[in-house]
Design a protein around this ligand. Structure first.
Ligand code: SF4
Length: 309
């Protein structure tokens, strides 16, 4: 056991593994750039986002600094009802067609930051609905990406866990797909249960590449006793990384917002610590955590919002 720095609960002999890839994905980078460009192009116009642009409270604060207002709540339509003028931005998680059309009918300037990977899954669902298929969609209840697909459509069935498959009825044509940020392992198990009950179902696995390679990197970790995932508690892809760490039998797995959370942890018994971050976690936050782990004498007391986006 190495030397324990007084009052830090930190073993200075600890080996630090920076998991790669980690952090921002292309869809998040794109969504933030769209929001920044909008703020720059329309400085005098009120700009609203229907929900969090990406699931990270620091990104929300950074956007606020640019004058962009995030309307919070699960019901996108109720949020839209609060907007009577200006610009409305749809988040990276996508939006249902009926809310898009409602925004246009209201005369709002509509800007769409939907990730192209999310859009591709939505398009696949719509193409199969048009051909008369029933849709089995694996996703998280109340998650905006899932809600945009389900959107009250009686032909779209949300599956949140394997046992849901038992409750589903029989249909001639079934198309199965999933929310892009689900666990690759959980989705594979649910696909298996569906294939057993519905051998004729057409299955399209739609985990996005960014989610897949971040999850595979966590699943491949060996001889690690502690895992830190930097990410927001509302971020599905961050939570799934933590889940996969636990499934990989890593003894201590922590989902932390920032370095301030890490400084409160007792890492006394950690010998090999791995660090990764969700696809919606600003690089600045992860780098602060790495800097602290590499030099715990440099305690951080504030997060600089200006460095977030
Ligand atoms: S996690 Fe995947 S689907 Fe979500 S924004 Fe990033 S690339 Fe797009």
């Amino acid at each position: 056991m190495g030397y324990i720095l007084p009052q830090t609960g930190y073993n200075v002999d600890m080996e630090i593994i920076k998991v790669s890839p980690r952090g921002y994905c292309k869809g998040v980078v794109r969504a933030i750039q769209i929001a920044k460009d909008t703020a720059k192009a329309y400085p005098e116009t009120p700009i609203y986002i229907l929900g969090m642009l990406v699931h990270n409270t620091y990104v929300k604060a950074g956007l606020e600094h640019l004058g962009i207002i995030t309307l919070e709540g699960k019901d996108r339509e109720a949020l839209l009802d609060q907007v009577d003028e200006g610009i409305v931005i749809f988040t990276a998680h996508g939006i249902s067609d009926h809310i898009r059309q409602k925004a246009i009918r209201k005369g709002l300037h509509v800007i769409d930051a939907t990730c192209p990977d999310v859009k591709r899954t939505q398009d696949l669902v719509n193409q199969h609905l048009a051909k008369g298929f029933e849709i089995f969609y694996i996703g998280k209840a109340q998650h905006p990406e899932a809600m945009a697909v389900v959107d009250g459509n009686p032909n779209v069935h949300l599956i949140t866990k394997q046992s849901d498959v038992k409750q589903l009825g029989m249909y001639d044509q079934i198309f199965v797909t999933n929310q892009t940020t689900m666990s690759i392992f959980e989705v594979a198990d649910i696909f298996g249960a569906i294939q057993e009950k519905y051998p004729h179902a057409i299955i399209a696995e739609e985990i996005c590449n960014a989610t897949r390679i971040r999850q595979e990197a966590i699943a491949a970790l060996q001889d690690v006793d502690t895992l830190l995932i930097v990410g927001d508690a509302s971020s599905n892809n961050s939570k799934r990384l933590a889940d996969i760490g636990k499934q990989n039998n890593i003894a201590h797995v922590y989902l932390v917002n920032d370095v301030l959370d890490v400084q409160k942890l007792d890492l006394t018994n950690s010998q090999r610590i791995a660090i990764s971050s969700g696809a919606s976690t600003p690089t600045y936050l992860t780098n602060q955590v790495i800097s602290y782990l590499e030099n715990p004498n440099l305690k951080v007391t504030t997060i600089d919002i200006d460095k977030i986006i």
